[in-house]
Ligand binder design. Structure first.
Ligand SMILES: [Zn+2]
Length: 139
């Protein structure tokens, strides 16, 4: 999401709590949650209203996001989006070839996809982006 989209969505909370986020707060929220799919971001905001007495800040939003993710954890009946990287599974497998002493070893690592499907997978599994694997790997 762009910072403008984040700022737009946050308005729901600003209206509800009758308070405004300042620029720094919006920037930080964008930095922390900007990679979320818009739908998940919205769910997180709504969830935060359930327990935040005051305009939700990052810790409140993090808890809300955990609650939202808990709801979907390990379920396979989520609405899948088309994705050329994970094919809808939410997981990607990355093969690393390592040459050592004349031998070639192939290692396979599983990561969560950064698409909406991946957000339905346990966040104990890092996304490929979190471990620094570039988008271009999949092209
Ligand atoms: Zn995907």
């Amino acid at each position: 999401m762009t910072i403008y989209e984040v700022s737009d969505e946050l308005q729901v909370l600003e209206d509800y709590y009758n308070k405004k986020y300042n620029g720094t707060q919006v920037t930080q929220i964008h930095r922390r949650f900007g990679e979320l799919q818009k739908e998940t971001f919205k769910k997180m905001l709504l969830e935060s209203m359930n327990f935040s007495k005051y305009l939700p800040l990052i810790p409140d939003l993090s808890s809300a996001l955990n609650n939202v993710r808990q709801t979907y954890k390990y379920q396979d009946d989520f609405e899948k989006v088309e994705c050329s990287k994970c094919g809808g599974s939410g997981y990607v497998v990355i093969t690393k070839v390592i040459k050592e002493g004349g031998e070639t070893y192939k290692y396979q690592y599983g990561f969560r996809c950064t698409c909406a499907n991946g957000q339905h997978r346990p966040d104990s599994v890092p996304t490929y982006a979190e471990v620094g694997i570039d988008e271009n790997y999949f092209r």
